[in-house]
Design a protein around this ligand. Structure first.
Ligand SMILES: Cc1cc2nc3c(=O)[nH]c(=O)nc-3n(C[C@H](O)[C@H](O)[C@H](O)COP(=O)(O)O)c2cc1C
Length: 170
């Protein structure tokens, strides 16, 4: 499978560790992984101009880093959303990328998705999981799994091994 991983963290930190463990496991199983560090990119919020659905024919009027994300997203068999929890949800950067996908609506190929979430405290995940599940319901993409890392689980060998074996089994 071609797997596109969207990392919404603005840092190379705990979420990146989860993403790297996922990529290692998935590559070991023979999958092709493209990591898109959207949290470090310049991606504006959707401006609701509807250019994409009229003259743009699926292209966004905004010329920013979403142009790097869209080809991988369109071509992926699986999409992985990864984010630190910021105020009980995914980051604004990942939200912006998700909302900009409005330009194409449903990805043509993706049939599987996963969610990787990092947080300081245990269980602040309901908002992020609700967003993720709504996307799956809208797109018809199947959930392959949700993995969370809270507090000291972040970067721990046990959590990295859990993520690697999850990805390896895809
Ligand atoms: C603006 C901001 C908001 C945060 N909100 C929460 C929160 O609501 N719940 C929580 O457990 N951790 C919260 N955190 C902590 C991060 O989720 C946590 O440190 C995470 O591991 C950071 O991942 P990263 O290193 O990939 O950026 C917040 C951090 C920041 C900077």
């Amino acid at each position: 499978m071609k797997i596109a991983v969207l990392n919404g963290s603005p840092k190379v930190g705990n979420t990146a560790a989860m993403v790297n463990a996922f990529a290692d496991g998935a590559k070991e199983a023979g999958h092709e992984v493209e990591i898109l560090h959207v949290g470090k990119m310049k991606i504006g919020g959707c401006i609701a101009c509807e250019y994409c659905h009229t003259k743009g024919e699926g292209k966004c009027v905004q010329k920013d880093d979403m142009e790097k994300v869209m080809p991988a997203y369109k071509d992926a068999d699986m999409v992985v959303f990864a984010s630190p929890i910021y105020y009980f949800d995914v980051t604004a950067q990942l939200s912006a990328a998700i909302q900009r996908v409005y330009a194409i609506g449903k990805p043509a190929k993706a049939s599987k998705a996963a969610l990787l979430l990092s947080s300081a405290s245990p269980n602040p995940y309901d908002g992020a999981i609700a967003t993720y599940k709504s996307i799956l319901a809208f797109t018809g993409i199947e959930d392959a799994g949700i993995i969370t890392a809270a507090g000291s689980e972040n970067g721990s060998e046990a959590k990295m091994a859990e993520i690697r074996s999850f990805a390896k089994a895809l």
